[in-house]
Design a protein around this ligand. Structure first.
Ligand SMILES: *Cc1c(COP(=O)(O)O)cnc(C)c1O
Length: 392
């Protein structure tokens, strides 16, 4: 039985997001009153009474620290049950194994590179077929439907050009065709966007990013909207053994408690950075859903409470991009995003290096494109640093 179920609903009032982040139900150790859930560093659990087995009997199947985290993310996303995995890709891989040989899935064309790799080099060998479509084009999504289609996989805003998918529109259409909808909510987090409320069946996260928030934990999370899918995900998580360890579960919860404070700060800074970049003569294009001319900004505003903290921008060509990367002094120049420190990455040579150059160009992932994940530093320092890097 999960701690979420053990909570006395009469004891706690219905609360808002910021309060839920701190008082999510399993924040206090039941046995000692300790101010955080203990790290249950145990692989197995003693059966005091063989006829009455303990709640958790083996840590792959269930661990109290991981359970607290799983209940936590379920509360934040508004689903029935959460699951914690060894990485974002472990969560995504496990969810895709809901499908079988002969099944077909429709996937957003600029999906995370690791998800693309999973679909095109692993799942295809198992006979799970995928079609990649531009999900900003609803007609294209509908045209991709086949008799054996079982699911739609969304990611919005997408990476790195922050294209916006209309979550509610696609989820409603998918429901009419009996398709399962999955959504990678890594960029927005449940603070900014709650896909289950818009009709999505399974929400996925690379918790390595904003949820963990400190570039020190690799983790993935999934949340199911209904009991049937929750049971199937539980069976897969246990069967595949793709679970998150108790140390990482604890660290992730520690990071998640400050999610709102971090996201608010970073988003405010990201807005300022995007406006500043938009006016900079050395920048040819800025991608940020908060900018007035960002395509489908209205759709984003309908389904999300904020714009996130990732800003992509084009400096014209590869030489200039490399010059900026070598001149910046504050951000980490690295793969990844969503941390206390700002992270500047170079999609053409990092996350999207495996993509054929002509496909990259077509999707706006040019040699001049940089992606800035705004951290918690003073925004004026970040802007001054980027200004000197852009001006050379
Ligand atoms: C990083 C990332 C992933 C993969 O997560 P890992 O924790 O690195 O396995 C999946 N989706 C998105 C959008 C990501 O940014």
């Amino acid at each position: 039985m999960s701690n979420q179920q053990e909570r006395d609903p009469n004891k706690k009032p219905e609360t808002r997001f910021a309060t839920k982040l701190i008082h999510f139900g399993s924040e206090i150790d039941e046995h000692t009153g300790a101010s955080s859930v203990p790290i249950y560093q145990a692989s197995t659990f003693h059966h005091h009474d063989i006829f009455n087995p303990p709640v958790h009997d083996y840590s792959r199947s269930g661990n109290p620290t991981r359970q607290a985290l799983e209940d936590y993310i379920a509360v934040l996303e508004g689903g029935v049950r959460g699951f914690a995995f060894a990485s974002g890709m472990a969560a995504i891989s496990t969810a895709f194994l809901l499908f079988s040989t002969g099944d077909h899935v429709i996937v957003t064309e600029d999906v995370y590179g690791g998800t693309y790799r999973l679909l095109t080099t692993v799942l295809n060998r198992l006979g799970i077929d995928s079609t990649f479509v531009d999900m900003t084009d609803f007609a294209a999504v509908r045209a991709a439907l086949k008799p054996n289609t079982k699911a739609v996989f969304m990611e919005t805003p997408s990476n790195p050009t922050l294209k916006i998918t209309d979550i509610g529109e696609i989820a409603a259409w998918a429901k009419r065709h009996d398709l399962i909808t999955l959504l990678d909510n890594t960029f927005m987090t449940p603070y900014h966007q709650r896909p289950i409320e818009l009709g999505v069946d399974i929400v996925l996260h690379s918790a390595t990013k904003f949820l963990g928030g400190h570039s020190d934990v690799l983790a993935g999370l999934a949340v199911a909207a209904d009991d049937g899918l929750a049971r199937r995900l539980k069976q897969l998580q246990n069967g595949l053994g793709t679970v998150l360890g108790s140390q990482e579960s604890w660290l992730l919860m520690r990071g998640m408690k400050t999610l709102q404070a971090r996201m608010e700060h970073s988003e405010r800074s990201a807005r300022k950075l995007a406006e500043w970049l938009n006016a900079h003569p050395a920048v040819t294009h800025v991608y940020f859903p908060g900018l007035a001319d960002h395509p489908r900004r209205d759709v984003h505003e309908k389904q999300s409470k904020g714009y996130g903290a990732v800003v992509s921008f084009d400096v014209g060509d590869g030489e200039r991009a490399k010059a900026v990367l070598s001149r910046v002094k504050i951000p980490l120049v690295a793969v990844s995003l969503g941390a206390v420190e700002s992270i500047l990455s170079y999609p053409a040579m990092m996350s999207h290096a495996a993509m054929p150059p002509e496909v990259r160009q077509e999707r706006g992932i040019t040699d001049g494109l940089l992606r800035y994940s705004v951290g918690l530093e003073d925004i004026d320092d970040l802007i001054a640093d980027l200004d000197q890097a852009l001006n050379g």
